[in-house]
Write a new protein. Sequence first.
Length: 180
Amino acid sequence: MMRSVLSARHFHDSAAAYEFVEAHVWPDGRVCPHCGAVDRSGRLAGRSTRTGVYKCYACRKPFTVKVGTVFESSHVELHLWLQALFLVCASGSGATAGQLHRVLGVTLKTASFMIRRIANALTADESGPLDDADLVDAGRETAPRDVWQVHPDRDDLEPVLEMRHPPCARRVGLRRARLR
């Protein structure tokens, strides 16, 4: 019997989701998004420490795999983000905020926030973020945008992760700062 793709561990467990994204974003070792140091960091452990936090020993700043991606500055759990990305890419006409609200069990405001971030990552329009008129049809078939920039004025970002699903040709590019 075939198992569903959505039964994968990283869609249901936050720690497994961090491991999944870290394996794709940092295939050659952890890279500090602040100073660019490779493998000069250690996992912070403690009862009050968030999941997936590392401390760079070069610049002494904490960071997670979410820095520089669509997940940055979001309180939504990472496994819910992965489910939302899958649902948006897997549906032929895209997913709406109402659908994400019902399926993921998040508030409508959170679902709208997630749809806005995903739609901005998927849009082919390089002119800037989508406005509310564009989000009416956020699930439309568009050419994939190769980049997601958390800060539009930064040009030192490169795509590091693509999530693909055969029924749709869209990609979501998660970005991090290039090493110098």
